[in-house]
Write a protein that binds this ligand. Sequence first.
Ligand code: AMP
Length: 277
Amino acid sequence: MLQVSTVPELRAALQRMPRPVGLVPTMGAVHEGHLSLVRQARADCATVVATIFVNPTQFGEAADLVRYPRPIEKDLALLEGEGVDLVFTPSVDEMYKPGFTTVVHLDGPALGFEGEARPGHFDGVATVVAKLLLQSLPDSAYFGRKDAQQVAVVRRLVIDLDIPVTIAVMPTVREHDGLAISSRNAALSEEQRLAAPAFFLALSAMRDRYRSGMQDAAKLEEGCRALLAREPLFEAVDYVAVVDEQTFAPWTGGGPCLLVAAVRMGDVRLIDNAVLD
Ligand code: AMP
């Protein structure tokens, strides 16, 4: 596995590598969720490029950015173990040169939910994803459904900016008890960790209700809130909503939809969703 840290090195390395190229963007702290993306890219593509970049512009609080885990040696070993060909580990200065001022801003799917809870987050995500796609010009780029609103934002931005890439979306990888794997789970106390699967169970219960014919968005949202309210360690519920998968507008029947939610346990914010199909 080759590791490069500058854009010219990335481009030069890719010129020597066979197509199709699959890109897996990450912020590191690699876990099974990331590895599922890498495995799919490995199955689909002749060359797999992973990126590790803790993107400061998508963090709200400086403290959150500072405490974000950066186990780089372990990450590199995990990626190499899955057969990644090239890993791009740019510095902040490499990604944001002096005078940097361009922002990729979306309305539409970036409005509400995570966009509201984390002002500026999707500007940061859209800008860095656009940059990574233009730097590497992959045939496909792989994202996780766990961050469903991010997927909707990325899909919209590649259409709007005519970036010639196929966006592949992989299912959420979960712990044995259903909790969506996330680097943030490590910040949960033992007690919070034991309670956390109630989040997945609430979403799953509503998915089952949807499948058994109860397809009223307001009732599904209400049912989900009622189940979440039973767990006292969910100190706040930021949102619960049934949305159109592509636009993140309220779902009004017809077309693929998602039940999306965010809960707070102490300092930790968990997001998850269920595909209603
Ligand atoms: P991050 O490092 O958190 O920016 O995540 C990098 C990519 O991995 C994003 O496309 C995420 O949606 C995806 N991802 C994170 N957690 C999971 C998970 N539990 N299952 C599947 N994909 C995930």
